[in-house]
Design a protein around this ligand. Structure first.
Ligand code: G3P
Ligand code: MG
Length: 364
């Protein structure tokens, strides 16, 4: 992006003014903040997407402001603690990302700890006992997984062989005496068959596996789905089915068994609770750095119109839809209109910064 002479002059004046602010410690909050989606924006499976490292370098100071621009990572993914995710992403993206900057699909469950800390909850999704470890790191003291149920009685799903290592990771508990109070579908289930079976068993028997069937209209067990994505972009050439497809399968089977779908709470992008949670997290991060103040103009950078853009629009944030993930620009206009579209995350970041600086430069 070539700046003409006047723009360059204005730009230098602007940087000097901005720096002077910094030197005189009357540091004003940066004029903008970012929320980045992960899959299809920064990462393609386990590999960083081409412009991802550059984009984060720009936010870490390599920009027209010569200043750090705050950002969070807001993903419908999960399956590990925010600390583990921050470690992995920091090394793959070659920049330091703190756990407090990461909001995964199940992070919002932290708001449920008071209600369920000492109640048995079933945490579905992910591999082996990873989701129990995540739930325990949040404060849930009686978190169980599908593997725990299979270790208790593998004939609950006769089509599966529980491996030695899975049995070793299982927590011994008698589910015929341990009433489940809530089912949290935290991350994408690995074996839909066994998870649909166990969800139906828990919900139809009021939480006690092998317990008597309860009246389907008297549902007492809370069901939470943390990620509504029907599709998401990994490193395969076509988008893959996500947790939203699992939810549809579960509800179809449950309805065939009981005549109606099971009521549930939905979290994850585009839901309001998840964007409110993200706003709260970024606000706290900024207050820590700049003292109390207003949230700057927010930019959501995403690849999925249904989750990233729809959520940003509802949150009255600006949004940039990139062409490196779920959304295929050759397939027509997106279902939800972003503020702008960009080839990749670097172009998106540069566009947003220029957009925020332009009025400030014109005023000079
Ligand atoms: O399972 C993760 C997927 O649904 C989307 O992740 O990072 O694109 O929100 P993300
Ligand atoms: Mg994505």
């Amino acid at each position: 992006m070539l700046l003409n002479r006047n723009a360059l002059k204005a730009n230098n004046v602007f940087i000097q003014l901005y720096r002077r602010n910094i030197q005189t410690k009357t540091v004003k909050r940066p004029p903008l903040g970012f929320a980045f989606d992960i899959d299809g924006v920064l990462m393609g499976g386990h590999k960083p997407l081409p412009k991802a490292r550059n984009a984060l370098k720009i936010l870490n100071g390599d920009n027209q402001l010569n200043a750090k621009i705050p950002y969070i990572l807001l993903t419908n993914g999960g399956g590990q603690t925010e600390y583990e995710r921050a470690q992995i992403l920091s090394s793959r993206l070659d920049t330091r990302i703190s756990p407090s900057q990461i909001i995964q699909a199940h992070t919002v469950l932290k708001d449920y700890v008071d209600q369920y800390a000492d109640k048995a909850v079933l945490c579905l999704g992910g591999v082996g006992d990873t989701m129990r470890k995540v739930a325990e790191s949040y404060g849930f003291r009686k978190a169980y997984t599908t593997t725990d149920v299979l270790a208790w009685n593998s004939s609950i799903w006769p089509f599966i062989h529980v491996t030695e290592s899975e049995l070793a990771s299982a927590k011994p508990v008698d589910f015929s005496r341990t009433p489940i109070s809530a089912v949290f579908v935290c991350h994408d289930p690995r074996n839909w068959g066994v998870d649909v079976q166990i969800m139906c068993d828990v919900l139809r028997s009021g939480g006690l596996l092998e317990g008597p069937c309860v009246d389907a209209t008297k549902q007492t067990i809370q069901v939470v789905f943390c990620n509504p994505d029907l599709l998401w972009k990994s490193d395969f050439s076509r988008p893959r089915l996500g947790q939203g497809a699992f939810k549809a399968s579960f509800q179809a089977v449950y309805k065939m068994l009981t005549g109606s779908e099971y009521p549930y709470t939905q979290f994850g992008k585009p839901t309001k609770p998840t964007y409110d949670y993200a706003r709260r997290v970024l606000h706290n991060l900024l207050d820590e750095s700049y003292g109390p103040g207003k949230l700057p103009h927010m930019y959501m950078i995403g690849d999925n119109p249904e989750s990233d853009i729809a959520g940003a629009n509802a949150a009255e944030w600006s949004s940039v839809l990139v062409h490196t993930g779920v959304y295929d620009p050759t397939a027509g206009p997106p279902a939800h209109s972003p503020t702008h579209q960009a080839q990749d995350v670097e172009e998106a970041v540069l566009w947003a910064i220029e957009r925020e600086l332009a009025p400030l430069k014109e005023g000079l």
